[in-house]
Write a protein of this length. Structure first.
Lengths: 287, 110
């Protein structure tokens, strides 16, 4: 049972941390809880499908199918997070101001929410498919069903509790800085996922490593420790990254930051010329 | 535009890199009864190697190393290939994530 609980805990923890960042980033958007739960449900269904199709995936692309699949799932999540943060960079302030009212930003927010729901589903799918494969193996080797269920339960509760703790902590951030913080967290999350994706492509030799150990801090903080794993999700920490992983990380941060700046510049004059006259129309007729 | 240039550079690098990868040392690990055979594998330092991992068990295993940053599922009666390195000299741990109690191994790079 401890082995089951530990494996489930590790996988659930990673997904739970991602989900808690996303829950924080979508604070105040109506219909959020239902969609996050929907995303988890889709992810679990996807995990079962991926585990059932593991044989098929493994044989794709002359054996590199698994790595390509993992990298594709991760990069898709990066794309969705990127889209959301770039959109948020021009609407975050409105969202914070209109938190209690139902403003147009909130309505638009629910559109962007669908992207993040997909990220929730992808995170659960990725970690979940490993758990399902592991459990397939366990049940084949004839483990006691009660022990298995107990291990799964403890693992899920443990991982989810830590994820919930992060969410509660994030809610403590003052509202005027709130979306700035969650946006930065999403950018770092996306950068970490991109570098993990690069790692999969390096291990099947589809990308050059460009230096396989840029640094090695595995003795200080192993990727396998709870803290290493947590930082791995939150800021993309890797104890011995390849050069290309660093390149993917920095490129993601640079592209998203540039995208956010561009969107802010683009939105600022537009929102003034569109929203200002509308708000002040009674006092200053335009024509 | 920047992204396109970067992507083009990456694609180009992949081709150049595939051409150089011709004569790479190859090694084999077998998983049987949730144990790696051999449990100690020695590979040359500063060289990229091709590692074949065969799972002879009836249950899936995940070949994983946090020391040299690799992670790949090996289905029952399947073989996978994982490229490793070039690594600096030293001893690196690897394990089977699905059977950590028994599936432990060391990669010796010299």
């Amino acid at each position: 049972m401890p082995a089951v609980a530990l494996l489930v805990f590790r996988e659930v923890l990673e997904a739970a941390l991602i989900i808690s960042i996303i829950c924080a980033a979508t604070r105040g958007v109506p219909g959020r809880a239902a969609r996050v739960l929907g995303g988890i449900g889709l992810g679990v269904a996807g995990a079962l499908l991926v585990a059932l199709g593991a044989d098929f995936i493994a044989n794709l692309a002359s054996g590199a199918g698994q790595d390509i699949f993992n990298a594709a799932v991760l990069l898709l999540a990066v794309l969705m997070i990127g889209w959301h943060v770039i959109w948020m960079s021009s609407h975050g302030r409105e969202l914070a101001q209109h938190m209690t009212s139902v403003g147009s930003a909130v309505k638009q927010g629910s559109r962007s929410l669908n992207l993040l729901l997909t990220v929730v589903a992808l995170a659960v799918l990725r970690e979940g498919s490993e758990v399902v494969l592991f459990l397939f193996g366990l049940s084949a080797s004839g483990i006691n069903a009660v022990q298995m269920a107990g291990g799964i339960g403890i693992g899920i509760i443990g991982g989810a509790t830590l994820g919930f703790g992060l969410y509660i902590g994030l809610l403590g951030i003052p509202i005027n800085h709130f979306f700035t913080v969650t946006n930065i967290m999403l950018v770092l999350l996306a950068a970490g996922l991109a570098s993990t994706a690069a790692g999969y492509l390096v291990q099947s030799d589809l990308l050059p490593a460009m230096g396989s150990q840029i640094w090695d801090t595995s003795r200080l903080l192993s990727d396998d420790s709870a803290l290493g794993k947590t930082l791995g999700v939150l800021i993309g920490y890797k104890s011995a990254p390849a050069g290309i992983q660093l390149a993917f990380y920095l490129t993601t941060v640079a592209l998203l930051t540039a995208g956010m700046r561009w969107q802010q510049k683009r939105a600022m004059p537009a929102s003034r010329s569109v929203s200002a006259p509308r708000e002040s129309a009674p006092r200053h007729p335009q024509h | 535009m920047k992204l396109l240039t970067l992507m083009a550079a990456m694609v180009a690098a992949t081709f150049v890199h595939a051409a150089v990868a011709a004569d790479m040392p190859e090694f084999t690990l077998v998983i049987k009864n949730h144990v790696y055979q051999p449990s100690e594998l020695t590979i040359p330092a500063g060289t990229k190697v091709k590692l074949h991992i065969t799972n002879e068990d009836a249950t899936p295993e995940e070949f994983e190393s946090t020391d040299f940053n690799r992670e790949s599922v090996v289905l029952p009666n399947h073989s996978i290939v994982v490229f490793i390195g070039p690594l600096r000299a030293g001893t690196y741990g690897f394990f089977g994530d699905f059977h950590r109690e028994t599936a432990q191994g060391r990669l010796i790079v010299e």
